[in-house]
Write a protein of this length. Sequence first.
Length: 181
Amino acid sequence: MTIAHQVLLTELNYTIWANQILLEACSALSSEELSRPLGASHISIIRTLRHIYDGECFWVHNLITSSIPDVADIDAAGATDQRRADPKLESLRQSWPTVWFEARQRVMTLSDEELALELTTRERDGTIIGVPRWQIILHMVNHSTLHRGQIVNLFRALGRPAPANTDLFTYYRVTNRKQTP
């Protein structure tokens, strides 16, 4: 396995680990707390979780299909429509592992050349941009990290203890532990 694959799989494994910690912490909240409008991020914890989930589904789908829809088409499909019904936490917990599995499988099956291949999309102003697959994967992880941090603040706004630390270096510390003699 190349270093590029190792790095991308490590990043994916990190985001999976951090999402699992967040989902576990959210299971201690009531339905009312999950859906309470707190005026930050995507309004509530459950909607922010949905946004993370939707983003990961979107980017993994694009990696699998080797295409990115034009931004206007994404908008027209209602991807950012906040009027959609809130998902149930349990449905996210059940569906998310499939997305993670597909992401890891895709990274493992792409060659270095395929990871460097650009997928194109058209911005609202008509500008065409190309994004290499490896950047899409890193963006997906970074996007999820941003919103997990926002959820931590939403926990605090509820007066609840923050979830366990999901920092990247904490992940390294947990996964790189050696046996002591």
